[in-house]
Design a protein around this ligand. Structure first.
Ligand code: MN
Length: 165
């Protein structure tokens, strides 16, 4: 299991932190994805926030079949919980301020990552970067809709190549 919103990202109050342990914040994520690939991406995200940015994060999962330490599974808990095959995240990095939409430009860093839910996943998230457009295509979601359409289109069609540390 892994958190969607990490516990370490909600430490201001006990109530905020406790909410990250609700089952609605959990995803059946295989150990090496959770403890290596995802942990690295979460650390990177926290570093960006601690460096004085606001970080806007959207995450989700889709598909069926993960391969963890107990082998390949389509579901857990007697079929009641689907094990997703892919886990994704979109991270938009913007300067601090009011009205976040006004702080987003066509040069805003948007890190979009889509990782397989398998124990042989690469421990480094950098190689799993993709376009937001690709994530929208497999999920059927339209993300970042509050942005002006031209900026949304530009940001979603780029694959981010910045530092991964
Ligand atoms: Mn969109």
């Amino acid at each position: 299991m892994g958190h969607n919103t990490p516990s370490a990202d909600r430490t201001k109050t006990l109530e905020d932190n406790s909410a990250t342990f609700l089952i609605t914040d959990m995803v059946p994520q295989v150990p090496s994805n959770n403890q290596q690939t995802w942990a690295g991406l979460e650390d990177h995200t926290r570093n960006l926030a601690q460096a004085g940015n606001e970080v806007y994060v959207i995450m989700g999962s889709y598909g069926v079949e993960g391969a963890g330490s107990d082998g390949t599974k389509n579901t857990i808990d007697n079929g009641r919980v689907t094990v997703p095959s892919m886990i994704w995240k979109v991270i938009m990095v913007i300067p601090l301020g009011d009205n976040y939409v006004s702080r987003v430009t066509e040069n805003t860093r948007v890190i979009s990552v889509n990782t397989p839910n398998i124990n042989t996943v690469n421990s480094s998230w950098g190689g799993y970067r993709t376009m937001v457009d690709a994530i929208e295509a497999v999920n059927g979601y339209d993300l970042l809709t509050e942005l002006p359409d031209d900026i949304e289109a530009r940001l979603e069609s780029k694959t981010e190549k910045g530092p991964t540390f």
